[in-house]
Write a new protein. Structure first.
Length: 111
């Protein structure tokens, strides 16, 4: 993953967003879960970028290890919850993110 160019993931997400999420032919359920995955990935990338800007001394203290373990647990739990919701056929209910994904995937708001 580190050998791939940084712009590749942005290009993949923009392609998926414009050719799947913004089209009427795909069902709303599919569009919702795709934009939810894109939002969760963007959030984790923003957190990683913000933490990489911090000084290296911050990564050497013990509370930072607990912070990263907590972030990993939250991310794994969120992904498993989204997968469970998608496989059971219901919309995932994640605070702040589900409402944003619903707004992005609803095409009737912009017409």
């Amino acid at each position: 993953m580190a050998l791939l160019p940084g712009w590749l993931f942005l290009a993949i997400f923009l392609t998926i967003y414009f050719f799947v999420v913004r089209r009427n032919w795909s069902p709303h359920f599919l569009r919702f879960h795709i934009i939810l995955a894109i939002l969760l990935d963007t959030g984790s990338q923003a957190l990683a970028t913000a933490c990489n800007w911090s000084p290296s001394i911050v990564f050497q203290v013990k509370p930072m290890a607990y912070f990263w373990m907590t972030m990993a647990f939250i991310q794994i739990f969120t992904v498993v919850e989204c997968m469970r919701s998608a496989l059971s056929g219901v919309y995932a209910n994640i605070p702040f993110i589900s409402h944003t994904a619903f707004i992005h995937s609803d095409l009737n708001l912009f017409r």
